[in-house]
Ligand binder design. Structure first.
Ligand SMILES: [Zn+2]
Length: 101
């Protein structure tokens, strides 16, 4: 018996190594920071990091932003326990969670 995967066609994105539209199916759960997706070309599920994603639908964009908001660690603090919004560590942390368009 084969399980049928229900895809939400609104949640498409392109993969940098495969020119077909792929579809988000959820959190990878096995790999921190990765999502689970379906590749129609290979007919298989794959684990994808954000850096592997190319263009995406606006729905996918919002899904990813919500996913990253729940997955990223807290911002770094300085020796006084404060956020240093102008510090290099904070900038590095801030840039690591953004999607490049
Ligand atoms: Zn693919």
């Amino acid at each position: 018996m084969k399980n049928k995967i229900e895809l939400d066609e609104n949640l498409w994105f392109t993969h940098r190594c495969c020119n077909e539209k792929h579809y988000l199916t959820g959190n990878s759960r096995f790999f921190h920071g990765k999502v689970y997706a379906w590749c129609p070309k290979k007919s298989q599920s794959i684990h994808v990091s954000i850096s592997e994603m190319g263009s995406m639908s606006i729905f996918c964009n919002y899904w990813i932003n919500g996913f990253l908001s729940g997955s990223i660690p807290n911002p770094p603090i300085n020796s006084k326990g404060d956020l240093d919004l102008l510090g290099d560590e904070y900038k590095k942390w801030d840039n690591s969670s953004k999607i490049n368009y």
